[in-house]
Design a protein around this ligand. Structure first.
Ligand SMILES: *[C@@H]1O[C@H](CO)[C@@H](O)[C@H](O)[C@H]1NC(C)=O
Ligand SMILES: *[C@@H]1O[C@H](CO)[C@@H](O)[C@H](O)[C@H]1NC(C)=O
Length: 179
């Protein structure tokens, strides 16, 4: 090994880990696009999502990895803290831009009651998704066949909506937890 490589290895051993990166601009924009399609937010779930702030640091319901990529988005209608349960709601449709959150593992928009319209077929691009919770809303249309690309999906909750058509067998067979 060359001296240069050795000293790089040595440096990486003595230096503290890099601070977390700011929110990636693509993720920042896709979350703002999502917010833009929300027509009514009576519980102010998206109030902290403002363009000038860092989506990884100050936006409620967002978790990022150290590279500033969004991995979890949770705005579920049931917020349980230590001692309280707050029931919440939200109206609007799902922006296809959410599919640009390519590092997303958890998307929880369950029990917001009034989210409507179809699930964008582009969601099939969310290849790292392990948990998708959209239950207890007013989503309609059919489950996109592109969901067959979600090979890491472990839990898929879609119940209590207005979907029609069949659940693609690739989804219901291979991934167990369809509810
Ligand atoms: C993201 O969600 C997963 C699944 O619920 C959870 O295990 C993990 O702790 C969450 N990560 C962060 C950084 O909140
Ligand atoms: C985000 O997604 C939308 C819809 O899929 C697409 O039109 C747009 O070009 C994407 N933006 C980026 C920056 O990838």
């Amino acid at each position: 090994m060359e001296i240069y490589t050795l000293s790089l290895i040595f440096l990486s051993l003595i230096l503290p880990p890099l601070p977390s990166q700011a929110c990636h601009h693509i993720d920042h924009q896709s979350l703002l696009d999502f917010k833009h399609k929300i027509t009514f937010d009576p519980s102010n779930l998206l109030q902290s999502w403002t363009p000038q702030t860092d989506c990884c640091k100050s936006w409620n319901g967002i978790a990022c990895n150290s590279a500033g990529r969004v991995i979890n988005l949770t705005r579920s209608g049931l917020v349980s803290g230590d001692d309280f349960i707050l029931d919440t709601s939200m109206s609007g449709t799902l922006s296809p831009s959410l599919s640009n959150l390519t590092f997303l593992q958890l998307l929880d928009l369950s029990n917001l009651k009034d989210l409507s319209g179809p699930i964008p077929p582009q969601f099939g691009k969310l290849s790292r998704l392990t948990h998708l919770f959209l239950d207890s809303n007013k989503f309609s249309g059919s489950i996109p066949v592109t969901f067959r690309s979600l090979s890491r999906l472990q839990k898929l909750y879609l119940s209590n909506n207005m979907f029609n058509g069949e659940i693609p067998s690739v989804v219901s067979n291979s991934n167990g937890g369809v509810n």
